[in-house]
Ligand binder design. Structure first.
Ligand SMILES: *Cc1c(COP(=O)(O)O)cnc(C)c1O
Length: 376
């Protein structure tokens, strides 16, 4: 089945008998038991809810996993994942990470005794492996610098050293990138972004392809309680139905904007994995079926960056990404504000860097907006 059909009909289970084409919202916290020691399969919505199961099955089908667990946010999913580890455990992560994930690792998980190392390439990741290493955590393309890491190469290292291999697939979604087919054990999503796609709902997912891991994670999830509301699950189900056309259109417009940005003298550098000049272009072409709708770019100076942020009209100056509305962010002050300044600068996240999430407005309108914001 083509992925665009899976987006719409990914869940095979039916939980009502009316023929309702849209998935009903099962707004029930609890479920009555038919008899003592019996269950309909649903007991309490912190563990399982039929609307959420519909969504989870759809996300699992899209990623090619056996099951998925839904959460109230992407960070709730990462927090649950961290409960797999114990004091003394060590995790290797890609070095250009979503700021919230970095903050969780360094300010919360580290306090609980889990240690982290960061590296940018599979080779450097392997060098960080020690006796206490338990997992590798990867984000590719990375946020905000758009580095691309060879997923299959990292999977090979993880397998050789018996490490759990986790990939955050928020940026490209299964529409453009399938981490399981490249060797991942767990795929993570902030469903707030492209999966939901409308900048109106938070959600997160852990997708697995192994029953033992699923059982462990479901146990932690129902115990720690970061579950998704069935009302929000409904919105994410609806969002996913159009994932395929949104990803296609977002990418098409992003490419037009990239070409325009490259011609602007005030723009010093454009970071987009679909550019032939991008250092990871070849890896990107090999492991993904598209380059996505996220662009980072550096302008000539801080004043220009601030002017763009304060002058855009169609594009909104706001955090987040992957929705129908185009958003521009200032990683230095927003998503990556918690990174120590020296680390941030070493990664190229400075006062000149902007990140653009291309939405579904007409390309010409977005380019006109950037043009007037640049003052030409
Ligand atoms: C936004 C984001 C997260 C966190 O998700 P929330 O839904 O905001 O909690 C994690 N990883 C990436 C790559 C993200 O963009």
């Amino acid at each position: 089945m083509d992925i665009s059909t899976t987006c719409i009909h990914g869940c095979k289970k039916k939980f009502d008998t009316t023929g309702s084409v849209a998935t009903p919202i099962f707004a029930s916290a609890t479920f009555a038991h038919p008899g003592v020691g019996q269950s309909t399969g649903f007991d309490y919505s912190r563990s399982l809810n039929p609307t959420n199961v519909h969504l989870e099955d759809t996300v699992a089908a899209l990623e090619g996993g056996t099951d998925a667990i839904s959460f109230s946010s992407g960070m709730a999913a990462v927090s649950t994942l961290m409960e797999l580890f114990s004091p003394g455990d060590h995790i290797i992560a890609s070095d250009d990470l979503y700021g919230g994930t970095f903050r969780l690792f360094e300010r919360v998980s580290h306090k609980n005794g889990v240690n982290f190392s960061y590296a940018a390439t599979p080779k450097d990741m392997e060098k960080e492996i020690s006796k206490s290493t338990k997992a590798i955590f990867l984000e590719t393309p990375s946020n905000p610098m758009m580095h691309v890491i060879d997923i299959a190469a990292v999977a090979e290292i993880a397998k050789k050293h018996n490490l759990l291999f986790i990939v955050d697939n928020t940026f490209l979604t299964p529409y453009f990138q399938k981490p399981f087919s490249l060797g991942a054990d767990i795929v993570l999503h902030s469903g707030t972004k492209y999966l939901g796609g409308h900048n109106d709902t938070l959600s997160g997912f852990l997708v697995v392809k192994n029953d033992e891991l699923l059982e462990k994670l479901r146990f932690i999830a129902k115990t720690t309680g970061g579950c998704l509301s069935p009302f929000d699950a409904f919105l994410i189900i609806r969002g996913i139905k159009t994932l395929a056309i949104r990803m296609e259109r977002g990418q098409e417009t992003a490419q037009k904007i990239v070409n325009w940005l490259l011609e602007q003298s005030a723009v010093k550098k454009v970071y987009y994995p679909g550019l032939k000049e991008h250092p990871d272009y070849e890896i990107s072409k090999r492991q993904t079926s598209g380059f996505g709708g996220m662009i980072s770019f550096s302008v000539q100076n801080e004043q220009t960056a601030i002017k763009i942020l304060e002058s855009v009209k169609v594009i909104k100056y706001a955090e987040s990404l992957g929705g129908v509305e185009s958003l521009i962010t200032y990683p230095m002050l927003q998503t990556h504000a918690d990174l120590p300044e020296s680390d941030r600068r070493a990664r190229g996240i400075d006062e000149c860097l902007l990140r653009l999430s291309v939405g579904l407005e007409a390309a010409d309108d977005l380019i006109s907006d950037l043009k007037q914001a640049l003052g030409n």
